[in-house]
Write a protein that binds this ligand. Structure first.
Ligand SMILES: NC(=O)c1ccc[n+]([C@@H]2O[C@H](COP(=O)([O-])OP(=O)(O)OC[C@H]3O[C@@H](n4cnc5c(N)ncnc54)[C@H](OP(=O)(O)O)[C@@H]3O)[C@@H](O)[C@H]2O)c1
Length: 272
């Protein structure tokens, strides 16, 4: 990147909701953009709007990130375009229902988009970022990464992956200037719920955030250097104590022997 070029952010799932919100705010912050999704008409409209309002150079990439060709297209862009300094892994879906109620196709698609695509795009972006010792990745997880309900088993598991993967990356990259932020939105007013199978109207409006509030808060979290951003949580101490308890529990697993409650009385065998 030369001095007069703007930094470029690649945003997946930019055709609606949180991704479109990131596109707008990043353009406002002076980024040029590469917007990725399947609905080209939406991307084109957003690109025109952002170019007019913010003077950004906006490219669109039509890609289905559950397909090999779609992921490869975006991976190639990330590997070859050295102007890219920010990757927003936002595209995601979450069909809600019990594990047996969700169709085979929907469960495969959720894993492909939320887990496989996010992993592959991260792996495609990182070598350039590490070589330049700069750049950032924003991974959109969910508060469901920390919580499972009977209708969210698979969705929660995919988002727990995003949280764990991001936390590991932060450890890997600790000695570099490359940043990884993982964002855990709670209910946010987007089209997500149209596709999830439960309408947004089923939720108490008081627990649903606007996309603008969510993105502005998450970007402020990035500016503050937060590694884990939970925009709807007022008391940050809750996360801190959760993380301390997690570390303490992990340390307790390193004992090398069964806990006393699993020790069989001498000469006896445990009953089945
Ligand atoms: N809304 C919430 O309450 C909430 C809460 C926590 C986390 N999140 C997370 O936030 C992220 C964004 O979701 P959202 O709420 O903004 O929902 P959304 O409005 O439905 O946006 C989802 C985006 O992902 C794209 N996408 C879906 N399938 C795709 C595919 N196969 N290939 C490429 N792009 C695809 C969609 O574009 P196309 O359909 O045009 O491809 C769309 O741009 C997701 O990761 C979601 O899990 C949302």
């Amino acid at each position: 990147m030369t001095n007069h070029e703007k930094p470029v952010a690649l945003v997946t799932g930019a055709s609606s909701g949180i991704g479109a919100g990131y596109a707008d705010r990043l353009a406002h912050r002076g980024y040029d953009l590469i917007l990725v999704a399947r609905r080209l008409d939406r991307l084109d409209k957003l690109a025109t709007d952002l170019s007019c309002r913010h003077g950004s150079n906006v490219e669109v990439l039509e890609a289905d990130l559950t397909t090999e060709s779609g992921i490869t297209k975006v991976e190639n862009t990330l590997r070859s375009d050295s102007r890219i300094t920010l990757l927003v892994n936002n595209a995601g879906n979450g069909k809600l229902g019990t594990t047996t109620d969700i169709s085979h196709e929907d469960s495969i698609s959720m894993i492909a988009l939320n887990v496989t695509a996010l992993t592959r795009l991260t792996r495609a972006a990182l070598p350039n970022f590490i070589a330049r010792d700069s750049g950032a990745i924003i991974n959109i997880a969910s508060v469901m990464a920390l919580h499972s309900l009977p209708i969210t088993s698979l969705y929660s598991a995919t988002k727990a992956f995003v949280l764990s993967f991001s936390r590991g990356l932060q450890e890997e990259l600790a000695g570099t200037a490359v940043k990884v932020q993982v964002v855990l939105p709670a209910g946010t007013a987007t089209e997500f719920y149209d596709h999830a199978g439960i309408p947004l109207s089923a939720f108490d409006p008081d627990v649903v955030m606007t996309t603008t509030d969510l993105v502005d808060a998450a970007l402020l979290g990035l500016d503050k250097g937060e590694l884990v951003t939970m925009p709807s949580v007022e008391d940050l101490e809750l996360w801190a104590s959760f993380d301390v308890a997690r570390n303490k529990l992990f340390a307790a697993t390193q004992s090398g022997k069964p806990a006393s409650r699993y020790q069989v009385a001498s000469g006896g065998s445990s009953e089945l």
